[in-house]
Design a protein around this ligand. Sequence first.
Ligand code: IDP
Ligand code: MG
Length: 150
Amino acid sequence: METTFVMIKPDGVQRGLVGNIISRFENKGLKLVGLRSFTPSEELASKHYEVHKDRPFYPGLVKFVTTSPVVAMAWMGKDAISVARNIIGPTNGREAPPGTIRGDLGMDVGYNLVHGSDGPETATFELGLWFPQGINEWESNRERWVYESR
Ligand code: IDP
Ligand code: MG
């Protein structure tokens, strides 16, 4: 089982898409093991997006995610990192295929509604950053109806 970090960015919260977005991960069969809604500090957002610090869009990106609340989540499941990335879709909403969050709901490359960890090291780093108190793991009786065997 893998756990991945997913964040609904301020555009998703402001547009009232929180329920729509969460239900896609839930319906897929992933398990919600962490959930926090708050406006991130500049320190937190800068650390989260540190890999992009030399990119021209970095200052605007940090400003974007610190001006309004986000919904930070931890989702668990088999291959949860790639499964979540597939649910989210490619970065640019105009190019993202229908069926993905960005393809169905977004029209922009920066305002693209959701963040998802892109690999195991990133997921560990981001989960530690956003959930310093740890995740809330729990036993789901649903999982024996999601996976053939455990
Ligand atoms: P990802 O979210 O699909 O993994 P990344 O390339 O890791 O995309 O970029 C991180 C975030 O930075 C994107 O989700 C988007 O919000 C923003 N971003 C990426 N490229 C651009 C750009 O060219 N202009 C503005 N914002 C961008
Ligand atoms: Mg990325």
